[in-house]
Design a binder for this molecule. Structure first.
Ligand code: GUN
Length: 292
């Protein structure tokens, strides 16, 4: 069993980007600029956005954090996005999800200019991804690809079982793993809340991507020996032994499954850190794409 170390790989991605940014600085070129928008004060979203902004600073990107009150009207958010779209210094725009109930996430996603859509959630970005055209891949699936690539995991012909069909992770990773490229060329099964015989399907998985947001959902008897296990879960669970009052739990019963897997991501220290690394990659690309 080998741990897929998101800390190590994300640090490598960040170091590479830092060097590239430094080269750009020396040449007097524009530095990548990410604008992050956070509406309200959801604890988990606050943490994620803070990490994204901090990571930008670490590698020399410019970042702007726009904080809006939870009761901000939808039109005000859309106006803000319009401003960021027309700001020539801003390369990438990210609106942290979920949004308060009164705001349509779909409208917000569609308001972001596809050329600045570093989250890869705009229907144009998704459509391009499906058709295998150059675009921004959503950060979590892209981070998973970067991990598979770093550890040179041979994916062609494998059966990948994806649990979860969200637009953020499940659906896009299922598309990316089935594409005719590396990492990819998998036979993909997407499972969801209506799936029958989930256990039997999981037992066929050479790769299992658990992305349903239920702590410890994937049990040892659902996994075959030698499977590659990717845990996308990052649920906060009450934990009185922690100063914060919670610990982060993945969707996989790590202790029981790790010994029988070939590769496995830990939580924390796995996919979560790769999501940030992938977002930074997209932002760098958005900055340099204009120069081609
Ligand atoms: N909420 C959970 N994951 C993500 C993500 O990758 N991007 C944004 N914008 N919101 C999220």
């Amino acid at each position: 069993m080998q741990i897929l170390d998101g800390k190590l790989v994300s640090q490598k991605v960040k170091n590479d980007l830092k060097e590239k940014v430094e080269e750009r600085r020396k040449k007097g070129l524009k530095l990548p600029h990410l604008a992050a928008v956070l509406v309200g004060n959801n604890g988990a979203s606050e943490t994620y956005v803070a990490s994204k902004v901090k990571s930008c600073a670490e590698i020399g990107f410019t970042s702007t954090l726009i904080r809006l009150e939870a009761d901000t009207p939808e039109e005000v958010l859309l106006e803000k996005i319009g401003e960021l779209n027309s700001d020539v210094d801003v390369d990438g725009i990210l609106v942290q999800l979920p949004l308060p109930k009164h705001i349509s996430e779909q409208k917000v996603i569609e308001a972001i200019l596809p050329s600045k859509d570093v989250d890869g959630f705009h229907p144009e970005s998704v459509g391009r991804m499906v058709q295998g055209l150059p675009t921004y891949f959503p950060a979590t699936p892209y981070g998973i690809l970067l991990l598979l690539e770093h550890y040179k995991i041979a994916t062609a012909g494998l059966h990948a079982v994806v649990i979860g069909r969200s637009n953020i992770v499940g659906r896009p990773i299922s598309i990316l793993l089935s594409r005719s490229d590396y990492p990819g060329n998998c036979t993909v099964t997407v499972c969801h809340s209506q799936t029958r015989n989930l256990k039997e399907i999981c037992l066929q998985g050479d790769i299992i991507i658990a992305a349903l947001g239920k702590p410890g959902f994937l049990k040892s008897d659902m996994v075959k020996d030698g499977a590659v296990i990717i845990d996308v879960g990052i649920t906060r669970v009450a934990d009185s032994t922690k100063k914060s009052g919670f610990s982060i739990k993945g969707d996989v019963d790590f202790e029981a499954i790790a010994p029988k897997s070939s590769f496995i991501t830990p939580v924390p220290g796995g996919v979560g850190l790769m999501t940030i690394a992938a977002l930074l990659m997209n932002t760098f690309k958005a900055c340099t794409a204009k120069e081609i």
